[in-house]
Ligand binder design. Sequence first.
Ligand code: ADP
Ligand code: GLC
Length: 474
Amino acid sequence: MRVFHLSAECYPVAKVGGLADVVGALPKYQNQLGLQAAVVMPFYDRKFTKENEFEVVFQATELLGMQRFYFEILKEKTDKLGFELYLVKIPGLLDRENVYSYPDETQQFIAFQIAFLDWITWSQQTPDLIHCHDHHSGLVPFLLQHSKLYSRLANTPTVFTIHNGQYHGAFGWDKLSLLPEIDLTKTGLLDWNGAINPLAAAVKCCWKYTTVSPNYLEELTYSSNGLEYLFYIERAKGVGIVNGIDTDIWNPQTDPMIPQKYPVSKLASGKQKNKAILCERFELSSDKPLISFIGRLVVEKGADLLAGAIKSTIQAHPGEINFFILGAGDVKTQEELLVLKKQFPKQCNVFIGYDESLAHLVYAGSDFLLMPSRVEPCGLNQLYALRYGTVPVVRTTGGLKDTVIDFGDEGGYGIRFLNASVSDMIHAIGRSAELYANTSQLQLLRKRMMALDFSWDRSAKEYVNLYESLKPAI
Ligand code: ADP
Ligand code: GLC
């Protein structure tokens, strides 16, 4: 079965968050199961595209509203990522450095989808199934069925994965003319709340939608930024499949990005060496428990609560617990954290920015990883933490609820708290410090978490089973 994954991100080509990690790993694992899975994404002007070789496999012009644009489909020559990688290059529109946040983002992603559909309609590259990820490719299921331009592929099954239901990519009806010729009796399928809503359109028109954890599937019916009713009525079409991790990349025994590699048997000394290097670099003492946060500094991740919880903890327990933050995002949160660093330089350090290898060192060198997320469809950080023997301290929500069991419960290994609030975080941090002081229990839990299997093997199979269930209709 030939499957095209359509996505705005894919590691290592272009990564903003977990979407990239998923799209960079899932197809590889699917190919190991005998599928022919490929990734199609926009061409960005980045390190990966500069340093690798591509061949043009298709070129054409298409219309975006009244404007004709030229595009190329480039294929990475070696398939070294474990799957075929195709990039949609649209000079002047979709060949810039950043993935998101351009004022003409709507035009960028509509053009991306038009180019993709045009390519598969007119080339020999006919997929058996199209797997779209998030709203950036959310119009594809609708266009396949309701634009006569693509009628050759109208019966191609589509699967749509929701990595984040907070973002819909909605735009006004005044931009309808940017879409290719569609059946105007079907425009209701594009609509939600008076706007064209790609996420809603995808949920309505795809054959099956998936969420990145089973718990998130339920959560969307009462918390999805205005789409609750849609998720409620379309519930039967949804399947929750928890994300996996790429254990080739995230493996403390072989990880080239960490200075001291360690198998489970050398866990304590391996972690301590990485911790010492991390702490030396950020001027923290390595004999205190180290609690870290990695991620986008946004409200969704509860990042606005960090400064308050850290400050109260340090004031209540001076010199006892250290903190490290790696992230970038909301300016106010960044500033609050930098103030904290100035105020308590020996107990809290902050790195504002994005740094892939530093993230690996933080997973390896920290004792605890804090995730006070308000919304967490799956979360990969806690899975990486588990793999590196770092105790996840998480809010009970979304995929965090599906993947972390509190150590107070049978078979547990992490720390959970109920509310995204400073007081709940302070309490959870207190439990972390107590656990740290109990060396033998901590060691036991670390071994337990490192033995867990969150690799893609299992989840990739679940996706393949889902594809197979759509096959008889092909
Ligand atoms: P989300 O996709 O919502 O941001 P996930 O937990 O699914 O959250 O994935 C986040 C991914 O991005 C992880 O691989 C994490 O290590 C990485 N990451 C987030 N922020 C940073 C950062 N500032 N530097 C390096 N890696 C980061
Ligand atoms: C989104 C979610 C995150 C999830 C990731 C990959 O960015 O916020 O929870 O892990 O997608 O599916």
